[in-house]
Design a protein around this ligand. Structure first.
Ligand SMILES: [Zn+2]
Length: 176
């Protein structure tokens, strides 16, 4: 059993990882609500609660904004190692970073213009814009928060986050 619980901010963006004990304290004090739990129960003298996997803070915590450069590793973390054109997940060694608007066409090296693409899609797109190549992005590229990237580099947090995203929960946002 994993011993870390993913904590989401009130706005559903990932905030941190805490121990099960700490998460239970937050739940019992009604500082957080349960989003996802295991099938197992925890018993105390007065309570029986499921072991939490993901909790959400009731009140929004404001974090200082720290900017992260759009490196290859960071872009792939943001995109969960998924090709943003075809949805393929060939593994990081077969993924590339694509300039949505090609550099030769004035596209910049920014979070908004860089996406994860499989080699096949990158080749197919070449020096075209998505419209010209008729290849459309799954989602608009955005600048993630520092905290989101730190969390996404943690496999436990990343997996849970991906599951929540996969469930079509548009409410989850890592925008800064
Ligand atoms: Zn692809």
């Amino acid at each position: 059993m994993s011993r870390q619980v993913l904590v989401l901010n009130a706005g559903y963006e990932p905030l941190s990882l805490v121990s099960v004990r700490r998460a239970v304290v937050l739940l019992l004090r009604e500082k957080a609500e349960l989003i996802e739990a295991t099938q197992q129960m925890l018993y105390s003298a007065s309570h029986a609660i499921p072991i939490p996997l993901v909790i959400r803070l009731v009140h929004y915590v404001k974090l200082p904004h720290r900017r992260v450069p759009p490196t290859r590793v960071a872009i792939m973390l943001r995109d969960l190692h998924i090709c943003q054109y075809c949805g393929d997940t060939p593994g990081r060694h077969d993924l590339t970073v694509d300039h949505v608007i090609p550099r030769s066409r004035g596209g910049g090296h920014s979070w908004q213009n860089l996406v994860t693409a499989c080699k096949r899609c990158n080749q197919k797109k070449g020096s075209h814009t998505p419209d010209e190549a008729m290849m459309h992005l799954f989602r608009k590229p955005f600048e993630p928060s520092y905290v989101a990237l730190v969390l996404l580099s943690n496999p436990v947090a990343a997996e849970r986050w991906e599951q929540l995203m996969g469930a079509g929960k548009e409410r989850l946002s890592v925008a800064a």
